[in-house]
Design a protein around this ligand. Sequence first.
Ligand code: AHR
Length: 557
Amino acid sequence: MNRGIRRREFLRHGALAAGAVACGAYLPYSAAGTASADSRIDVLLDEPLGLISPNIYGHFIEHLGGVIYDGVWVGENSRVPNVKGIRKRLIEELQKIQAPVMRYPGGCFADSYDWRDGIGPAEKRPRRTNFWANDEPKNAPSTHKYEANQFGTNEFMQFCRLAGCQPYLAANLRSLPPEEFARWVEYCNAPAGSTTLAEMRAAAGFSEPFGVRFWGVGNESWGCGGDFTAQEYAVEFRRFTTWVPRYDQKELSFVASGPNTDEWEWTRGFFEELLRKGKWQLDGVYGLSLHHYAANLSRGKIADWEKSKGSALQFAPIDWYELLREGQRIETMIENHWRIMGEWDTEHRVKLIVDEWGPWYRSGSEATPGDLFEQTPTLRDAVFSAMNLDIFSRHPEKVAMANCAQLINCINSPYLAHEEKFCVTPVGHVFAMYAAHQGGQGLRTVISAPAVRYDRDGKPATFWGLQGSASLRGKEVVLTVVNPHVSEARETLIAMRGGRVSSASLTTLTSTDIQAHNTFAEPAALEPQTKKLDVNGEELAMVLPAASVNKLTLALG
Ligand code: AHR
């Protein structure tokens, strides 16, 4: 039984037991490129990879633990600064990082959710048992166990509008009929005054349609979303997506519930069954979702997913490398699922939607005790997240959207909040740095660097030395590079093939402490540093510090 299946079993049965900042130093340009660089990055301006979808920098919120209540929603009468009940600081941060898309309301919660519970006058909305109630820790507030539905479709759309992102709704396929899916689409997208549901929307202050384009059809349908086989799910997918009203929306983009990690048989089985009725069925699928969470599993010592999870804050260099190795596997997953999809979808009309990703640790590092699945991200998670975003950027033709799990107070959060307290985590800083890639033309980069060598429980192990991605917008190249080595900086020669650099700046997120992280008490313990580089030429040399995420912004002239 592989690791993915262990997590799948866990979700199916719901059996949860429930520094000092150093910056990259710049070595002066050397015409001969003779700085004693041990590493080299060639950015090939003439080798475009395709447009990088802004949506790969997307986010995800679920009615789970402290994500919605306390994280996003504080209520209009709260002393926490808010806009129409939504945490103001969060809106401002999302605007800064140009958050493109937000997935909601789950996750596993989605397949237990009746969207009608979350509309209409707030005081009349029903209270329900939350999907995660049994998993909530003893000290969790009762609002996390019993869903009061104060945040529903209207509030979510308001949040998206304020933050400037597109909504991506996940529909309930396990416990509601297809008719209710069509009705939710009607509530969101029917023209003003056209139907009773459109009038109910207007009564909430939204006469114009929300115009929701992205619709997930179930979530993790192999586990908490119904425990289907791929073939059974494909039949349900067809049933749910046939004749859904389009209204004025040019396109509804349906995302099919896809595989967990490397479960190739799910992808194969889904397409095989879907196309049994003809190839035209592909027209109804925008994307196939892929989920991959990384824990410190690859040392293979512990069989159980929950017990295998490492600590978020206490870890040794080997745990750092092994976690990155587990995360890196997503690149092979993208390539292999894509290849399998191509056996049926030869023109590759269907894209991959990595709508849950991140490192997932055991409990113990919660900024707010009692928040289910909350963890405190460190520099390791910044490096992990940068590595993942670079992977998505390197496959722009395959990955159309990705959503980090989850936005606030849960798993790989860019932000942590509790009442009036708020901090941007190292992951949040990475999203801010990487926003510059959004909508750029991906460029092929060739990177050579000495591999990291380390001792893996008595056996020698290696990991790549540097990785990154590049994009071009107008006359500006953005190159992001991760140095995963916990203690060695990399002297790196960067060559712009096919252009000259007239000015450059370097932003670096690093620390001499690999466990560095931000807290409510010290929210600025780890922050990126930016400096201008004085350059003019085709090559530049610099030092990329140990354990760092770097963004070079290069103006071509
Ligand atoms: O992100 C937390 C949970 O992980 C989601 O609800 C589920 O889809 C996944 O297994």
